[in-house]
Design a protein around this ligand. Sequence first.
Ligand SMILES: Cc1cc2nc3c(=O)[nH]c(=O)nc-3n(C[C@H](O)[C@H](O)[C@H](O)COP(=O)(O)OP(=O)(O)OC[C@H]3O[C@@H](n4cnc5c(N)ncnc54)[C@H](O)[C@@H]3O)c2cc1C
Ligand SMILES: NC(=O)c1ccc[n+]([C@@H]2O[C@H](COP(=O)([O-])OP(=O)(O)OC[C@H]3O[C@@H](n4cnc5c(N)ncnc54)[C@H](OP(=O)(O)O)[C@@H]3O)[C@@H](O)[C@H]2O)c1
Length: 523
Amino acid sequence: MDIKDQHLNLAQWYDVIETALQDTDAEPILNLRDDGAGVYDAIFLGGGAGGRFGAAYLRAMGGRPLIVDAWPFLGGTCPHQACVPHHLFSDVAAELDLWRWFSGQLFFPDWDPGRASILEIIRLFLRGRSSAHAFMNWQTKEQLDVEYVLNARARLVDAATVEVAGRRFEARNLVLGMGARSRHPDIPGMELRGVFDFATLVEELDYEPSRCVVIGGGKTSLEYGSFFQATGCQTVIVSRSPLMRTPSLHHVDEDLRRYVVDGMRKRGVEILEGAEPVAILGSGKVERVVVRLAGGETAEIETDFVFIGTGETPNSAMARDVLGVRVGPQGEVLVDKTMRTNVPNVFAIGDLIGAPMEMFKARRCGVTAAKNIMGEAAEFDFSEYPDFLHTTYEVTWVGLSEQEARERFADVIIIQMPPYVEDLDTEHLPLPCADRTMLYAFAKPELSGFQKLVIDGESRRVVGAHHVGYGAKDAFQYLDYLIHRPEGLTIDELGNMNELFLNPEHFIQLSRLRAGRSELVNL
Ligand SMILES: Cc1cc2nc3c(=O)[nH]c(=O)nc-3n(C[C@H](O)[C@H](O)[C@H](O)COP(=O)(O)OP(=O)(O)OC[C@H]3O[C@@H](n4cnc5c(N)ncnc54)[C@H](O)[C@@H]3O)c2cc1C
Ligand SMILES: NC(=O)c1ccc[n+]([C@@H]2O[C@H](COP(=O)([O-])OP(=O)(O)OC[C@H]3O[C@@H](n4cnc5c(N)ncnc54)[C@H](OP(=O)(O)O)[C@@H]3O)[C@@H](O)[C@H]2O)c1
């Protein structure tokens, strides 16, 4: 289907994408200048977050990129199966949480678990997801002027040639952005009906689960487990490491972690830490999960639904076998800070190069590769970044945990809400509170959140910030920039900012209460 000279509107794009998703024989979608003749500056293999942003930046710099993708849309995994459904589920979880705590009070109806259907939310997502895809196809063609071939799986021929849709395309550079796929534990029973991961959940769930076992202790497990529980589907999380202590998460403060995990338990999630899955049992369909518990004994958990959140493996085999790019122990393509692999003129970006598997990293990797290809020397160091996950809350953090700060600095100051003072009875303190936690603050104060600022008392610089609540994530993007720039961010500068009361994080006003002291103390 050649759409170069067509200018489809969003509804038309929606139809093209939905038709292609339903028909495995649908033809490739071609948006090519000069029918793809000539040599491109770069072919982006994979039009996910990394490939789309990289190609758009390269085009903006005056280059000629080509994106190729197996799906009939641009944007990749995030809007199709991963981040976007997860954000919908987490939004739903937060709404349901409020309903469940306030069941039958104020204007809330009695909690009715039959009303909160996982299947219905997934169907809502499936009806809507191609709208975002349509927008990205439209924007990339009409506004960003980037050429692409979609709905066609590509094959690497050599470091300058990609074969897709029965044709060969040539480029001076290749940018590999093929992403990653779910990694499953090697245990019996994984093939049973009723075992899902984040991708198959949205593509294949066709019944309403009544009980759930989640395997894993990283972001995916916490986020999906919290959602399932919030709908009334009794959930057990089976995790080898303590929750949030898997190596892919860094700088997690222990007080924040405890607030999050205790909060999940308060909401009825059963959490088995130090536990490993042994087998999934059932005749045709999942019936039980056998687990080795922390003490070594085994237990059988009855369930009709197993959700696997045990991480992801980069899709690197073709690049390794055809081009000889070097890969690391997890299958991640090895790159330097310019996104160059060991093969000249071959770059790699996003989830393909391993953790952290996050959107900001994928997009900025793409842009970094584009700049280097266009002759602007650029490096991207993603060793430090702001981070977040959802439970029924938004959980956000940046910089050092309190413990990490104490290992690095002699005089660590903590500004925290609720404050830690023995016998203060903070269970009944309606702070912190802000938009979206006001009902909790007045009726269930211990549920209204947690926040902590970590300061090096000597330099007076903020070195870490941690937040559980709602609405603070945006601020952490800018806090990350401020605290990691060479001059840092002091408590004095923070206390001098203008807050918009009632702000989700109380860092500005709390800093102002202490900044007047020449010798800082905790608050
Ligand atoms: C459950 C879940 C929730 C998440 N939530 C968040 C979140 O809230 N925030 C966040 O920052 N990150 C989140 N992530 C991570 C985020 O989804 C990824 O980091 C991001 O999508 C990676 O983008 P990418 O471009 O590297 O890969 P992808 O988006 O996976 O793109 C890879 C593309 O390559 C294409 N491709 C692969 N092989 C071929 C081939 N041979 N031929 C043609 N095309 C090919 C695929 O079709 C795909 O479109 C989440 C991940 C998961 C699993
Ligand atoms: N921003 C977001 O909201 C978001 C959401 C989801 C995912 N992501 C990103 O996507 C990537 C994948 O996340 P993830 O949570 O799926 O994976 P992850 O962070 O790699 O965590 C995997 C979890 O599974 C466990 N595990 C791995 N193999 C196992 C096995 N064979 N048996 C039992 N347990 C096993 C790990 O235990 P151990 O700790 O013991 O190894 C760990 O608890 C990460 O980079 C993450 O940042 C981001």
